[in-house]
Design a protein around this ligand. Structure first.
Ligand code: 5RP
Length: 232
């Protein structure tokens, strides 16, 4: 079950997954993010549960994480049965030193932000390639919209000097649908600060969710070839 061996030292992403699994206590309910780093955390959590006979329950932000957790032997509960969530652990696409995040390269934004914002503690796992000086520096900002509202939201965003387009599926022959059945706009903003973009998108009619996760992170584990640093 272990994701690392003596022969191959753990990668930066594995190192942060190991550190995060170490802070899970017996009896906790743990939210699982989505992506390659979240997958490593699921492996480490399952290993720790097995080795230390922990009684933990998990809730997944995506079908892929739920299936992986079940296969790893974790006890999965569904979101609708949650009365509280002790911690949520996920990766990110961009992180600033003041712990603002960009997420949503996958298509599971709605559940990811739901779990991240309801958890008592939200921990983020990244390697140092994800650190940026401002959100949107390397990636467009994903904005999940009601399918019928896509054009109206695009028009509104164009008035804010944002540029971008509807996300396409992997084959490039159709629009991509999110797990919640919505469309995704990938947008670049040139004139606005992250806090302004966050505030505008959070209340814009037709927008279901967006990829800026502001002011909800408890700590970021940053892996690099020098080891793990903690930002909090
Ligand atoms: C999915 C996400 C992922 O957490 C993010 O894309 C990071 O992925 P990875 O751990 O594979 O680098 O936000 O919506």
């Amino acid at each position: 079950m272990s994701t690392h061996t003596e022969a191959s030292p753990p990668s930066p992403k594995q190192q942060v997954a190991i550190k995060a699994a170490e802070i899970v206590d017996n009896g906790m309910i743990v939210g699982l993010g989505t992506g390659s780093t979240a997958n490593l955390f699921i492996d480490e959590l399952a290993r720790r549960q097995h080795e230390q006979q922990l009684e933990i329950q998990v809730v997944a932000s995506s079908v892929i994480s739920r299936v992986k957790a079940q296969q790893a032997g974790l006890q999965v509960i569904s979101i609708e049965h949650l009365s509280h969530l002790d911690m949520y652990v996920d990766g990110a696409d961009e992180v600033t030193t003041d712990m603002q995040l960009l997420k949503g390269r996958g298509q599971d934004l709605v559940c990811e932000k739901l779990l991240a914002s309801h958890a008592t503690a939200f921990y983020v796992l990244v390697d140092d390639s994800k650190m940026v000086s401002r959100i949107g520096e390397k990636n467009a900002i994903p904005i999940e919209v009601m399918p019928s509202a896509a054009q109206l939201v695009l028009n509104r965003l164009a008035k804010l000097q944002a540029k971008g387009s509807l996300r396409l599926n992997a084959a490039g022959d159709n629009v991509a649908y999110s797990a919640a059945g919505n469309l995704i706009l990938d947008m670049q903003f040139t004139d606005l600060e992250t806090a302004q973009i966050n505030a505008l998108l959070t209340v814009m009619p037709g927008v279901v969710e967006h990829g800026i996760f502001a002011d909800i992170v408890k700590a970021v584990f940053i892996g690099s070839s020098d080891g793990v640093k903690l930002l909090q």
